[in-house]
Design a protein around this ligand. Sequence first.
Ligand code: AMP
Ligand code: GLY
Length: 430
Amino acid sequence: MSARILVLGGGGREHAIVKALARSPQSPELFCAPGNPGIATDATCLPDLDPVDPAAVTAKAVELGIDLIAVGPEAPLVAGVVDALSEAGIAAFGPSGAAAQLEGSKSYAKQAMEEAGVPTAGYAVVTDRESALAKVAETGCPVVLKADGLAAGKGVLICLDEEEAREAIEVFFTEQRFGQTEVVVEEFLEGEELSLLAICDGERAIPLAPAQDYKRIGEGDTGPNTGGMGSYSPVQTVSSDRLAELSATVHQPIVDLMAKRGHPFHGVLYAGLMMTADGPKVLEYNTRFGDPETQAVLPRLESDLVELFFAAAKPGGLAEIEVSFADQFAVTVVLASAGYPASSSKGDVITGLEEAARLAEVVHAGTAEQNGEIVTAGGRVLNLTGVGPDAATARDRAYDAADAVNFDGKQMRRDIAERAVRRERDQDSK
Ligand code: AMP
Ligand code: GLY
């Protein structure tokens, strides 16, 4: 009998996960909660199940005879969904609530990095205005201030000078925009960012293909931060030897530490790295797949994702497993709705999806079905992933698909993977 797998979440990352699971030779039966209209073509969606409610998720898993639950976003992890499932004896791909503190609390993560000997920016944790001001003066500018808890990527303020730092301190401690929170004051790092994800079984970390994402709304990395406007994989500067070395530096020591603490880490450990002149430093950990990195990484995966998920759920389950990726490039372009990221627009009719699907992998991020038509329903609407033998081909395929899709107010960046294409040209001309 084929395995029954329930994916929690309903965005582009979850659609990419569902599609990768559907490619498994094991032909699993797939469910997704809540899912979206795109996911509904690849899995049975459960729009009424709240992924952040551990008791409801467990009850639904029992009712449907689910063999494994794979958690997409961070909120269900921090809410303890995996803890509830393991009490009920249901396998889960994702860390316990305690292990998810690596993402849920920036001060927990910094302390863990310090104890595990992982390179990261110098920091201090402050709890009030005065100590924040003193710490900023001591660190010097630019300086980075981060709210301790989950803030959907909005809790990080980069301050170029003392005036901006003073304003940021008011945002945290007077306005309390992120509630009552501890604040991490961190040294500003310069370099190229890299997303390095590893799949973990409580004992070991196996790195996935490296990726880069584009966080700002505007071309040339300008304008406000977003959930991510595009991504690509692999990253030419990271050879397979270098990948193993990086993973041994930023993933394995944390997996070892969490095991020692009695909170073994299962699932995806995502290290956001800054490649500085002094070597790689970890900016943050996420305890789940990255969005939109996953959309560019999973289409290249040659291994069976169903097998990987079940193996990672078991202590030491990955011992005999190798993870392999196709020697191809993948580029993901995000289409966003009018007003994003300050706001988003709903109900604009989307056309050209069939044509796009002939050119690239189309995953739905924020869509809805209305009177038989697919319409926008969020900030990030669709992700188009082009795959090809080189970066330029993959990029062209993604943009041909992005151009085939239309809706009022469509926004996209035109420079996704430009860096990879340039590196490829430089290499070819040598
Ligand atoms: P985080 O959520 O901690 O990854 O921060 C979000 C983004 O802010 C990162 O992807 C970086 O672009 C930037 N950032 C965070 N910390 C630093 C730092 N110490 N130095 C420079 N940029 C940073
Ligand atoms: N791409 C950044 C994230 O998933 O947090």
